[in-house]
Design a protein around this ligand. Structure first.
Ligand SMILES: CC(C)(COP(=O)(O)OP(=O)(O)OC[C@H]1O[C@@H](n2cnc3c(N)ncnc32)[C@H](O)[C@@H]1OP(=O)(O)O)[C@@H](O)C(=O)NCCC(=O)NCCS
Length: 179
């Protein structure tokens, strides 16, 4: 059984990636809007989608972080991915919360809904004082999701995974009860 749990929000199922998500996830990565936001090459395809799905599942198994496949409960449609990410990179700020949806599902509040569940899950299952979101300064849609979840921009710097541009490092501190 996968270490990736299945969660439910009001409108979404957050579940482990499955082999037959590959077509729908390929469609997410191939959409011009997602390619532009994530700076993906024009020929991104099934190979990268399947590898990405496998990497998510592998990260869940190895360290209990990873992204979920998001499914719209009302239709059963694959919506995209969201969750946490802690790559083996010395300059990564910590546990990141991230999201990527098919443009057909933008503007419905799904990224914020799934992101909120990811934040809650991450603080409940990882002993960290803060979560992060790593966002390019041009990606205002992603910044808006981070802001809605309570993240604030803490610094801007170049990260080794993408040295061409500066990234904004958005931070959300754990709320501790003052008891
Ligand atoms: C970043 C991304 C996930 C944001 O998607 P999004 O749909 O704008 O964000 P949300 O799901 O939070 O939806 C918010 C919008 O839904 C609207 N909305 C409609 N119904 C809603 C509801 N019931 N509840 C909440 N919001 C709702 C909000 O008003 C808001 O609209 P606005 O942007 O016009 O103000 C999306 O643009 C994406 O996948 N981009 C490509 C991948 C990417 O860049 N990932 C991040 C890398 S750092």
């Amino acid at each position: 059984m996968s270490r990736c749990p299945t969660l439910e929000t009001a409108r979404l199922l957050l579940r482990p990636f499955e082999e037959n998500d590959v077509d729908a996830y390929t469609a997410v990565l191939q959409s011009p809007e997602v390619r532009a936001s994530l700076h993906l090459p024009d020929d991104v395809g099934r190979y990268e989608a399947w590898l990405g799905m496998a990497q998510q599942l592998g990260q869940w198994e190895l360290r209990g972080t990873g992204q979920w496949a998001l499914v719209e409960k009302a239709s059963g449609e694959f919506v995209g991915r969201a969750g946490t990410h802690r790559p083996e990179r010395a300059d990564w700020p910590g546990i990141e919360v991230g999201w990527a949806l098919h443009p057909g599902h933008w503007g419905k509040g799904y990224a914020t809904e799934a992101g909120g569940a990811a934040v809650e899950y991450a603080f409940a299952h990882h002993d960290v004082d803060a979560l992060y979101s790593v966002i390019l300064p041009e990606n205002t849609a992603s910044q808006a999701v981070a802001r809605r979840l309570g993240f604030t921009l803490s610094e801007t710097r170049v990260l080794s995974h993408f040295p061409e541009l500066q990234h904004g490092i958005w931070r959300l501190a754990r709320q501790r009860d003052e008891t």
